[in-house]
Design a protein around this ligand. Structure first.
Ligand code: HEM
Length: 301
């Protein structure tokens, strides 16, 4: 599954890049049906990912039906088990999710969880290279709590400075876009938004609004999160790197845990600085990315 998972990540990454070339479809919707190179490759990737994921799902489904693997508590297992339980309880073949539904959920999880978390880590490395004082503070905390040991779940929850740093990076460099489509005519303040309009939440602007964050709004200052998220800005709704409301990121705790796990191990073993070839140019390309890459030099410690 690990090997298939890696292939799925690579294919979806390529799919994301191709998707950027499809923005023209907004203006020319019929383009999406033409047999262009991009369209053909996108369809090919979809089919390949579908085959790989369905293979993983069906294999697990068969194992569960034979009474095996009920103790595996991963996401796929949870979805399939709850599904089988529901089907048994409702005695109704329409209850529960279909294999196709489970496939779509898995595809979404692969897509939503990969580049976002990778970007958070990338920007954290960039910003900590620009602010050596914070890199040292983070390393001190990591060494005090973990020494050179492998982090446990409990250890990661005690990393307060690292947590503040990640929250501040998510404020200044939120990886994800937040889009909404107006479904019926809506009045918003003085604006009248007609149905069908696409909205892009200006997360980056709200996260840097001096009225909310104070005079140092554009500066990197993790200290502002020292008393938690709710005390960092004037209104709590000014901070939404993981979205807001009922569709808030379901993977947010997992993402923070992954980032802490990776960052703490990097800090344990390396100090790092920016290469002179680095050019700071955050660019939105599905996620917020360093336009010219993030060239970082690591020194073993
Ligand atoms: C730093 C990392 C991450 C950021 C910044 C992020 C951000 C977001 C945002 C802003 C949304 C809301 C989208 C909307 O309302 O339109 C979202 C949704 C979602 N995220 Fe994340 N995410 C991250 C990591 C993850 C991870 C690691 C996973 C899974 C393992 C994940 C799975 C999902 C899923 C499944 C949704 C859709 C939830 C729904 O519609 O109910 N995300 N994410």
């Amino acid at each position: 599954v690990l090997k298939e998972g890696r292939t799925i990540f690579l294919l979806q990454q390529e799919q994301g890049k191709l998707l950027l070339q499809c923005l023209v479809y907004e203006k020319f919707p019929l383009f999406r049906f033409l047999p262009t190179k991009v369209n053909k490759r996108m369809r090919q990737i979809y089919t390949e990912v579908r085959k790989l994921l369905r293979g993983i799902i069906e294999k697990r489904q068969r194992a569960l039906e034979m009474g095996k693997d009920w103790d595996k508590e991963d996401l796929l297992g949870l979805m399939l088990k709850s599904n089988l339980n529901e089907l048994q309880e409702s005695q109704n073949s329409n209850g529960g999710m279909t294999t196709e539904d489970v496939f779509e959920e898995c595809r979404l999880f692969y897509f939503a969880g990969q580049e976002t978390t990778a970007n958070l880590l990338t920007w954290t490395m960039v910003v900590l290279s620009m602010h050596m004082k914070w890199q040292e503070r983070a390393r001190e905390e990591v060494m005090q709590i973990l020494g050179k040991n492998k982090p446990t779940f409990d250890d990661l929850n005690h990393l307060k400075i690292v947590n503040m740093i990640l929250l501040e990076v998510l404020r200044l460099y939120p990886p994800s876009l937040l889009l909404r489509t107006v479904v019926k005519e809506t009045k918003l303040g003085d604006l009248c938004l007609p149905a069908g309009v696409d909205l892009l939440m200006p997360m980056g602007l709200v996260h840097r609004d001096p009225e909310q964050w104070g005079g140092d709004a554009v500066e990197f200052n993790p200290e502002r999160f020292s008393e938690g998220i709710s005390k960092a800005s004037k209104d709590q709704v000014s901070y939404f790197p993981f979205g807001y409301g009922p569709r808030i990121c379901i993977g947010q705790n997992f993402a923070m845990l992954e980032a802490k796990l990776a960052l703490s191990q990097i800090l344990q073993h390396f100090s790092f600085e920016l290469s002179s070839t680095y050019t700071h140019s955050p660019t939105i390309a599905l996620t917020l990315q360093p336009k010219y890459g993030a060239q970082i030099i690591l020194h073993k410690i």
